[in-house]
Design a protein around this ligand. Structure first.
Ligand SMILES: Cc1cc2nc3c(=O)[nH]c(=O)nc-3n(C[C@H](O)[C@H](O)[C@H](O)COP(=O)(O)OP(=O)(O)OC[C@H]3O[C@@H](n4cnc5c(N)ncnc54)[C@H](O)[C@@H]3O)c2cc1C
Length: 389
């Protein structure tokens, strides 16, 4: 097969690499520079976790991905996955029906030694937390965070070394159609790239670059904050692993002190706001900063007045049900969409390429199928129910 992959974020690069490894000719297009500074995948860190509530399919995929991250640490030449452990704390009990309670039950059933934390344990082991408020939670020593921008960089090197033809500086403009058959793509500078299969891995650019998809996807911006604590000691990974703080209601999650950048990253997963990924409107607002300060005051008092070093609006591609969309277009033969998921795909990088190559070869997975019947429902409550980070 002659495959053309549009977009070199984590979906595009893993898909391109896997298709090449299966013997196909692969061209990978991106406007660049790579990793693209506005791409969702280009970031200091992304959460890698097994916790997926009661969803056994994602949990199984996360287990396979975790093994993949450990393997990549062994083969990449630099350990870009940091297994700090992951904790989810609550102000109310970890009960059945909550994200934390369901994750605890499912992961224990699958043989993972998850700890159920009491208030006293939280106070003793995780001193940055306000244990007067957060008195219940779970801790999993498996999982942590990955240096996501650096991983994309490394995968691009591998892809090129293994024969993927990388076309940096090429911006997809339109599908080349013969009737209902996609026979390639045209770029904004007038070039034509013929292909048997075009895989659109355009992240949050998808509904803009392919307007017929705009009823199914939305590009949403979420605020990200980098803070520098006065005293870094309580925020090192051993005492401050990757966390979610009442994640289903507050949306806040974060990372330990980054060893090189020297900052604690905290982000919010919520309904977000519709924003074009290339727009100049990607600026965190005063209201978002005030909300962060209020959250810090009651959660990590030592961070409440910490210097806010930088902020960023990260834009992801929302699907209305929160699941990925990795499937062949039934109406445009030769087109595959590989995107979506409302902000939790990065951790699956070690298995994404296989899912994308399977779809291109006609063996897509049911959960990520073509599903225009899923209707828009985007309330704060619906967003919180979807998987965070
Ligand atoms: C704030 C935030 C926090 C997140 N946290 C986590 C987390 O902790 N854990 C986790 O698992 N996931 C997380 N995610 C989700 C994860 O980042 C995304 O699911 C994933 O990175 C999406 O990858 P992608 O390849 O689809 O898109 P992107 O990484 O955005 O890549 C899209 C690519 O398409 C290219 N492109 C754009 N236009 C064109 C064009 N016309 N022609 C060719 N190429 C084009 C862009 O240059 C870019 O390189 C988070 C997302 C956000 C926004």
């Amino acid at each position: 097969m002659n495959a053309l992959v549009l977009g070199a974020g984590i979906f595009g690069v893993t898909g391109a690499l896997e298709l090449r490894r299966r013997g196909h000719r692969v061209q990978l297009l991106d406007p660049g520079p790579l990793p693209h500074p506005l791409a969702a995948s280009t970031d200091l860190s992304k959460v890698v976790r097994l916790e997926y509530g009661a969803d056994e399919e994602y949990t199984r995929m996360a287990e396979r991905s975790l093994e993949g991250w450990r393997e990549w640490n062994r083969t990449f030449g630099a350990p870009l996955f940091h297994e700090t452990g992951v904790m989810f704390l609550r102000r109310t009990p970890v009960a059945s029906g909550t994200f934390e309670g369901d994750s605890l039950a499912l992961l224990r059933r699958r043989g993972h030694p998850i700890e159920h934390l009491s208030r006293d344990l939280i106070r003793a082991r995780f001193p940055a937390w306000n244990a007067d408020r957060y008195g219940d939670g779970i801790f999993n020593a498996a999982g942590g965070y990955v240096e996501s921008g650096r991983v994309v960089e490394r995968l691009l090197q591998l892809a090129v070394a293994e024969g993927v033809e990388l076309c940096e500086g090429a911006t997809f403009a339109a599908l080349d159609l013969r009737g209902a058959r996609v026979v390639g793509a045209l770029t904004s500078d007038g070039r034509c790239f013929p292909a048997d299969c075009v895989i659109a891995a355009l992240g949050s650019w998808t509904p803009h670059a392919l307007p017929f998809t705009s009823g199914w996807f939305r590009s949403s911006g979420m605020p990200v904050f980098h803070l520098r604590p006065d005293d870094p000691a309580p925020f090192v990974a051993e005492r401050f692993p990757v966390f979610g703080a009442d994640i289903s209601s507050s949306g806040y999650y974060g990372f330990p002190m980054h060893p090189e950048a020297g900052v604690v990253k905290i982000a919010n997963h919520g309904v977000g706001r519709a924003v074009h990924p290339s727009s100049a409107d990607r600026v965190v607002g005063e209201g978002e900063i005030a909300a962060l300060r209020a959250f810090l005051e009651e959660t990590f008092p030592a961070l409440a007045r910490a210097q806010l070093v930088s902020t960023r609006v990260c834009v992801y591609c929302d699907t209305w049900d929160g699941h990925f969309w990795i499937a062949r277009d039934p109406e445009r033969e030769g087109l595959v969409l590989a995107t979506g998921g409302s902000g939790h795909a990065y951790k699956f990088a070690p298995v994404l390429g296989g899912l994308i190559a399977d779809a291109a070869e006609g063996r897509g997975q049911e959960k990520f199928r073509w599903r225009p019947e899923v209707r828009p429902e985007r309330s704060e409550e619906a967003a919180r129910k979807q998987s965070p980070a």
